[in-house]
Design a protein around this ligand. Structure first.
Ligand code: HEC
Ligand code: HEC
Length: 508
């Protein structure tokens, strides 16, 4: 089985096509309008969970299907292209890589195609936060926060504000002076918005066998505000940069498969609801399903990337034509600064094909093959993961849509371990800052593929939306709300089973 999967991956043949058809006449996946009835039956069969949750499953060591990277593992493990990319795709990937790493400079500059930074910004390149295409980390003592920033907004005041939020016209209402993001850097001649300080308080928790685990609770202080006070009821949400692998495959998951996992009113009574993140105005057919970001506030990699250019780096694109980035009308000195828009180079600071290439790059960073997927201890840990109900939210597998934008992402059996839905994760993780359809306690289930390589790629570990968890065990112990039962289940395990579960996560 392993050998066959390797040959197929190398030749780019779709893995699922080789599996036997499903017996019976009922249509098990009526929402899969991209598939023939015969394919639907085949796919449904592949997606059935194994009777023994600790049993090995075909192809699970290839979490990104034929796009999985089998390159040798080192600190560049997250930087390889989808293994099934064409030659022209590999060329575009290399061009996109250059743009992802590019340092933007302030205007005017002699390198005209690279200017336009800021005026306010959080980092000068995409790579500055998504370190080696992996996740960013909260700063160590004495470091400036870069890969962790604060999103800002204010609650609705007037009826008009409420309408804008309820209709979906706006995700959030910007803080009137500081906008939707707190920028801790500015180009020469302009003040940064202020400084962000992070302090941690230690919080011991005890597992059922008496073992003590120390969690750290972050506390954020906004200091040296350069543009006057913030509105007193400002809401802040700390966010650390997530890893960049497998994003095109997440985009290729059929929306119907995500909606089929939603249970907004917990009809099955398992304590876990799961709500889709709907974005934008209009009825069901006009709204977009959010998938990206810690609250699933972006519908596509391109939308998230254009948002990052504007909000994080201060670069305009065709999709977010704001050369002054997140400057607000009250920040007049910021609006007076020169921009990098030059008619002869294109309409925006990062015109297409720049945004297109960055989007292509971000959609094609490969998920590495799993290590030790057949190790008996890892398989036992996989069983524990299922027994504790972790896979209710961290949904193991999908077969991507045949209608996906990019051929390499179509009809692949993938193992991201996420439902891409929003869950109430309890008071401990709440940011109390609603965004779109996500309330102040909800977060999107993050994919777990590649999570075992975090330290190899980033040189350290930090998990959850603000990087507060220093180990996978701490991340689990922070689960509350809909995740409370799974967390309590973990705390009640004997040491050997805890280790098996952590080994399984480490093999992803
Ligand atoms: C200042 C740090 C920073 C910079 C610079 C940055 N990002 Fe991000 N990125 C983040 C954070 C934080 C998130 C999570 C956002 C959220 O939850 O709203 C994110 C999320 C993303 C995601 C969604 C990933 C997922 O799993 O949901 C993509 C795609 C992305 N960034 C692309 C880019 C691109 C392309 C650039 C450069 C144009 C860039 N980012 C620059 C911090 C950064
Ligand atoms: C109710 C849904 C739900 C259940 C059940 C659940 N998780 Fe999660 N998990 C989440 C969400 C949502 C987050 C992100 C929370 C945040 O960032 O604040 C998360 C985060 C994580 C992370 C950190 C991921 C990262 O990229 O930083 C790990 C590891 C994890 N979960 C493992 C587990 C394990 C193991 C179990 C079972 C013991 C489990 N989860 C059960 C929803 C769930």
């Amino acid at each position: 089985m392993m050998i066959r999967s390797r040959i197929r991956a190398a030749t780019g043949v779709l893995l699922v096509a080789a599996l036997p058809a499903f017996a019976g006449d009922a249509d098990p996946l009526p929402h899969r309008d991209d598939l023939s009835k015969q394919d639907r039956a085949r796919v449904a069969r592949v997606l059935v969970p194994p009777a023994d949750p600790g049993a090995p499953e075909p192809y699970e060591d290839m979490p990104g299907g034929a796009a999985t990277s089998r390159k040798r593992l080192n600190a560049n493990a997250f930087s390889f292209p989808s293994a099934n990319l064409s030659f022209s795709g590999q060329r575009d990937f290399a061009l996109g890589n250059g743009l992802f790493e590019k340092f933007w400079v302030s205007s005017p500059a002699s390198t005209r195609a690279s200017d336009g930074l800021g005026p306010l910004y959080n980092a000068r390149s995409c790579q500055g936060c998504h370190l080696k295409d992996g996740r960013g980390f909260p700063p160590d003592a004495g470091e400036d926060p870069v890969a962790l920033f604060l999103r800002l907004s204010v609650p609705p005041g007037e009826a008009d504000d409420r309408d804008r939020l309820e209709s979906g016209a706006d995700l959030v209402l910007p803080e009137p002076t500081y906008g939707t993001q707190f920028q801790t850097f500015a180009v020469p001649g302009l003040s940064a918005e202020g400084r962000l300080e992070i302090d941690y308080t230690q919080k011991p928790v005890r597992l059922d066998d008496g073992t003590e685990v120390m969690l750290r609770v972050p506390d954020y202080t906004i200091a040296e505000l350069a543009y006057g006070p913030m509105q007193s009821d400002v809401m802040i949400s700390p966010r650390v940069a997530p890893p960049m692998i497998g994003l095109g495959l997440l985009e290729a998951i059929h929306p119907g498969d995500i909606l089929a996992l939603a249970d907004p009113h917990d009809a099955d009574g398992d304590g876990i609801s799961g709500r889709p993140s709907w974005l934008g105005k209009g009825g069901d057919d006009k709204r977009a399903l959010g998938r990206f970001g810690w609250k699933a506030s972006a519908p596509s990699v391109r939308a998230q990337s254009a948002g990052a250019f504007a909000g994080d780096i201060g670069i305009s694109t065709p999709d977010v034509p704001r050369p002054h980035g997140d400057c607000t009308a009250r920040q007049t000195a910021c609006l007076d600064m020169p921009t990098g828009e030059q008619a002869d180079l294109g309409e925006s600071e990062a015109p297409d094909p720049v945004l297109e290439l960055v989007d292509f790059y971000a959609r094609n960073l490969a998920v590495p093959a799993r290590r030790d997927a057949r190790d008996p201890e890892v398989l036992a840990g996989k069983g524990v993961f299922a027994d504790l109900g972790c896979n209710t939210c961290h949904n193991p597998k999908y077969v991507t849509s045949r209608a996906a934008a990019q051929p390499e992402h179509r009809f692949q059996l993938v193992w991201p371990y996420t439902d891409l839905l929003l869950h109430d994760m309890g008071e401990g993780l709440a940011d109390h800052r609603p965004a779109g359809s996500a309330n102040g306690r909800e977060w999107r289930t993050p994919p777990l593929w590649g999570i075992g390589l975090t330290e190899l790629v980033g040189g350290r570990e930090a998990y959850l939306h603000d990087g507060r968890a220093r180990t996978l065990e701490e991340a689990i112990l922070w689960h509350g709300g809909e995740g409370q039962a799974a967390r309590d289940g973990y705390a009640a395990l004997v040491k050997e089973d805890r280790e098996r579960l952590l080994r399984f996560l480490g093999s992803l």
